[in-house]
Ligand binder design. Sequence first.
Ligand SMILES: [Cu+2]
Length: 118
Amino acid sequence: MNQGDYVKITLKNQLSENTSIHWHGLIVPNRMDGFPGPGGSPVIRPGESFTYEFYVHQSGTLMYHSHVNTAVQEIIGLSGMFISRGVFDESLQRDMYCFYKNGPLRWIQTAGCQQVIK
Ligand SMILES: [Cu+2]
């Protein structure tokens, strides 16, 4: 993504339980925040879809994650990085992040680092 982009991301819930996507650290309208509750951001029920739409106001290495049954859903993979290149950024060639996840053995355990070439 680039700072200033307008994004539309559709979540289709193929889980057997509710879910949502919270755009951690991103400044978005309450309804698009993915934090179900008073701000009006919806819970996505199994089999349903929801399209998150917002402008990317910030630059940097940000993240997204489930905001329903978070302790389980993040561990099984419903989380990741959201990288936004700033309009005034110098010519960065790569961005690196490490994302460690740990939980009970009956869940998937993952740990890893990735390099994103811009
Ligand atoms: Cu968060």
